[in-house]
Design a protein around this ligand. Structure first.
Ligand SMILES: Cc1cc2nc3c(=O)[nH]c(=O)nc-3n(C[C@H](O)[C@H](O)[C@H](O)COP(=O)(O)OP(=O)(O)OC[C@H]3O[C@@H](n4cnc5c(N)ncnc54)[C@H](O)[C@@H]3O)c2cc1C
Length: 546
């Protein structure tokens, strides 16, 4: 741990506490929060379950893992020096490059000094007499800190499918978010992939060309659109660097912090020909433009949504030779953009390869995993490798895995049984001095932009607490009710909230998660920030302070 003069000064003031703040998680959120709290001279310790920094980009080492955000819009913006030094090699960088970047950040700012790796936090208990959190690790050690900051990730708790016999399989099997650190050799192997979300799509398109055979088990097809990735040449690199201030300013203004923002026109305010040409243009452009930069009403108006869905369906039919397969790949139970849109690179063309088979498990359900492979209602398949691309217990999953107890030992998990209740997505009444980064009810979108805002807001609150000698700050019950009601109201009318997905907290693989909830803030990021700014500007009067 770094020992600065301020640290010692503060240590004298609060001898019983091990730290001023404990941060759980060393992904992008935890790393940046550590950086900011060290600036305040706070004694901070980060506990991270993995063996290195990076969170998402540390764990998700599956073949083809990469950004759907433009690399340069995803990186940290807080350090001009860092922006000048780092060169992204591709418009949408792959996971190895992003992990290198985050390690570079950790080295540059000496972050590792205050991070303990291989430390999974199992519980955190509020101690009223001490006005502190007692945080216990799986290895049995425990530490006290005035503040607890969760930076545990909206997509960091992997989920296996509820299928019998998983442990009986005789070959190799991997969950994409727990991929081995050594390369997996696919040559000549009979490979199964279960799951066709964003992760499954990236995995499938990457390994199809190097496996012996590939069988994809699909329950829900997703609407995928082309990524159009490319290398960044030196001239473009210079332009990107010179344009950083302008680009980050733009990301601050857009709805979801992407460089893309909805077109102000309605889908049917233009002629059929104009509409078709606009869809074509977006389909041919890199990144999330077709989702985030489309007509403003595609995610709220059923007819508008049907128009763009039909356009993308035509594209799929045009790219997949066997029309029976194409039909299986076209979603029928949700419209384009109402679930997270996976961006792809020749994904649909994979299904034209002779060694690839698509199994629709709504027609022929998987009955069990067997020692030799996978048995469906139709037949038994033999495999050497099974890849589980079954995603995450999203948003609240990593909270549920920690026994978090607030005032009077109330459990956060119980409190959120019927869906999360938060104040600004950052605090919960009954859980004083606990703040959440990228918790439920915050603006997600191009996530690092929200992370930087979230962290700066929390840092401002902790600075305020210190300057005013506060040892206890807590959201009020009223504040939580108001924010939670506001978040729920914002979700009304959004087609995405009528669909089962991780964004609505639905997961058929998790007991008790078959009811849709409003798990995320679906207003605009600028509106979110304006509300949080107002709270800070008013001296956090909406919080109970003591
Ligand atoms: C495959 C994939 C691709 C993505 N692509 C994009 C993209 O293109 N654009 C975008 O904006 N977002 C993307 N995301 C979302 C991504 O999660 C965020 O962008 C961002 O990395 C979140 O950072 P974080 O620090 O909040 O959480 P994470 O990166 O998830 O880090 C959380 C950390 O907390 C640790 N942790 C959790 N629980 C505990 C515990 N109990 N004890 C100790 N440590 C714990 C975890 O080990 C992890 O390291 C992607 C996510 C995935 C999975």
């Amino acid at each position: 741990m770094t020992a600065s003069p301020q640290n010692h000064a503060h240590a004298d003031a609060a001898p019983a506490l091990d730290f001023d703040a404990i941060i759980i998680g060393a992904g992008m959120s935890g790393m940046y929060q550590l950086y900011r709290l060290r600036e305040l001279g706070m004694r901070v310790r980060v506990f991270e379950a993995g063996t290195g920094v990076g969170g998402t980009w540390y764990w998700n080492r599956y073949p083809g893992a990469r950004f759907d955000s433009e690399s340069y819009s995803y990186g940290y913006s807080f350090s001009r020096e860092l922006l000048a030094e780092w060169n992204w090699s591709e418009h949408f960088a792959g996971q190895p490059e992003t992990l290198r970047y985050l390690n570079y950040v950790a080295d540059k700012f000496g972050l590792r000094d205050d991070i303990e790796f291989r430390c999974r936090v199992s519980s955190a208990t509020w101690e009223e007499t001490m006005r502190s959190w007692n945080v216990t690790l799986e290895d049995g050690r425990s530490f006290r800190a005035r503040f607890l900051i969760t930076a545990i990730g909206p997509l960091s708790a992997p989920i296996m499918p509820r299928i019998d016999g998983v442990d009986s399989f005789g070959g190799k099997s991997f969950h994409t978010a727990r991929w081995p650190h050594q390369p997996v050799d696919f040559a000549g192997q009979r490979v199964a992939v279960i799951g066709t979300g964003a992760t499954g799509v990236q995995t499938i398109q990457t390994i199809a060309g190097c496996v012996g055979s590939l069988t994809v088990f699909q329950r829900t097809p997703n609407w995928c659109a082309p990524l159009h990735n490319s290398k960044i040449d030196p001239e473009t690199q210079e332009k990107i660097k010179a344009g950083y201030p302008e680009m980050f300013r733009r990301c601050q203004e857009t709805f979801a912090c992407f460089i893309h923002t909805p077109d102000p026109r309605g889908t049917f305010e233009v002629s059929d020909a104009e509409r078709e040409a606009f869809f074509e243009k977006l389909y041919a452009e890199p990144g999330f433009g077709i989702w985030q930069g489309n007509f403003r009403d595609i995610v709220i108006d059923r007819k508008a949504n049907a128009a763009v869905s039909e356009f993308v369906a035509r594209k799929i039919r045009g790219r997949v030779r066997d029309q029976r397969v194409a039909e299986k790949l076209i979603p029928k139970n949700h419209g384009f953009g109402t679930r997270r849109v996976p961006l792809e690179t020749r994904y649909y063309e994979v299904y034209n390869l002779p060694n690839v088979e698509l199994v629709d498990i709504t027609e022929t359900p998987i009955q069990r995993i067997t020692p030799a492979g996978i048995k469906t209602s139709d037949r038994e398949f033999e495999f050497d490798i099974i890849i589980y691309a079954t995603g995450f217990d999203a948003i609240t999953g990593s909270f549920d895995r920690i026994d978090i107890r607030g005032v009077d030992s109330a459990r956060l998990k119980d409190r959120w049984k019927r869906g999360p209740e938060t104040y600004l997505g950052v605090m919960v009444d009954g859980f004083p001095n606990m703040t959440m980064l990228m918790g439920p009810h915050t603006a997600l979108g191009n996530i690092p932009r929200s992370i930087e805002y979230n962290v700066d807001w929390v840092t401002g609150l902790l600075r305020y607490a210190r300057e005013n000698d506060l040892t206890r700050v807590e959201a009020t019950a009223n504040g939580v009710t108001e924010w939670t009601d506001h978040v729920r109201a914002l979700g009304v009318g959004l087609l995405s909230n009528e669909v089962n997905s991780w964004m609505t907290g639905y997961n058929s693989n998790i007991e008790g998660k078959q009811t849709r909830i409003v798990a995320r803030y679906s207003g605009s990021a600028p509106a979110y920030r304006a509300r949080c700014d107002e709270v800070a500007a008013n001296g956090y009067r909406e919080l109970a302070q003591g």
